[in-house]
Design a protein around this ligand. Structure first.
Ligand code: SAH
Length: 266
């Protein structure tokens, strides 16, 4: 496995590049690609920047120029359903571009000439992310997130949801808009601005991908309040620990921090 890890914002990927073994940086197409090893997995970390085009070109470059075999997207998203709260984790089963609409020539949401509106995430990768997210919540969450931040964002018992993630070139901060998207897209769990572009490119290039997002806001009029604080103090921690758990799963990976702290205790 050579794993590509994409985030849109620097704060979403904080700590992962620092955790890389013997990293080196390559600049291509105005983006910094960090190549190295993460818990003994070959990895390339990159910031796509925001939006579907940015995500699509970054994904293509990861595959065509850096030879990644699997892609993860980790970041934040707005809640797509009233049962899903800030601090919850969503893992995509499939992804749709909510602003794609070539009707009446093609059905709403369908990507013209593909016959598809929903692009599936890779089931195995998604389940591995779900397992990593459960391990994070069960073992790391308590100590990984500052108590003040937990209080501010009312993070008591975060939950994990699987379902449909909708992407569009819009920061959704309008209650009526998110309500309409929820009604039009059964199974919607989150809205964001990159995932479905990554999924389409991966589908077309035959590369498995998965998307995991921490819910940062309710996609309504309050969405921008405290957004960056949440990304920095909460979502960045989630991403770091979940990717670490993801890499350490199914053998191979050796956690050097863990190994040294355990031997120090004996
Ligand atoms: N305020 C930020 C802009 C962030 S745009 C800034 O000044 O830099 C929002 C980013 O978070 C996108 O990458 C998107 O994928 C995700 N996101 C979080 N909440 C969202 C929402 N309600 N609607 C759309 N994207 C959202």
């Amino acid at each position: 496995m050579r794993l590509g890890i994409i985030s849109a914002l620097a704060e979403e990927q904080q700590g992962l590049v620092d955790a890389m073994e013997s990293p080196y940086k390559l600049i291509h197409g105005q983006r910094e690609y960090w190549v190295g090893q993460l818990w003994e997995i070959d990895a390339v970390c990159v910031l796509s920047r925001i939006g579907k085009v940015a995500a699509a070109v970054t994904t293509t470059t990861l595959v065509e120029k850096f030879g990644v075999t699997h892609i993860l997207f980790t970041g934040v998203a707005g809640s797509g359903d009233k049962t899903i709260a800030v601090g919850d984790i969503v893992v995509a089963e499939s992804l749709v571009q909510h602003d794609m609409d070539a009707s009446p020539l093609f059905p709403r949401f369908e990507v013209p000439l593909t016959g598809m509106s929903h692009f599936a995430a890779d089931h195995g990768l998604a389940m591995r992310l779900v397992d990593a997210a459960y391990a994070f919540l069960g073992s790391d969450f308590m100590d990984a997130i500052d108590a003040d931040e937990k209080a501010v964002f009312k993070l008591t018992r975060p939950r994990i949801h699987r379902g449909l993630i909708a992407s569009g070139d819009q920061f959704v901060n309008d209650g009526a808009h998110i309500h309409a998207l929820n009604a039009a897209l059964p199974g919607l769990v989150a809205v964001e601005m990159e995932g479905a572009a990554v999924a389409q490119v991966c589908y077309e290039l035959g590369v498995p991908c998965a998307v995991i997002r921490t819910i940062s806001d309710n996609a309504n009029e309050n969405a921008a309040i405290d957004f960056m604080r949440f990304v920095k103090s909460v979502a960045a921690r989630y991403a770091y620990y979940i990717v670490r758990r993801f890499c350490l799963q199914d053998g191979g990976g050796v956690d050097k921090d863990q190994a040294s702290s355990e031997s120090a205790g004996t």
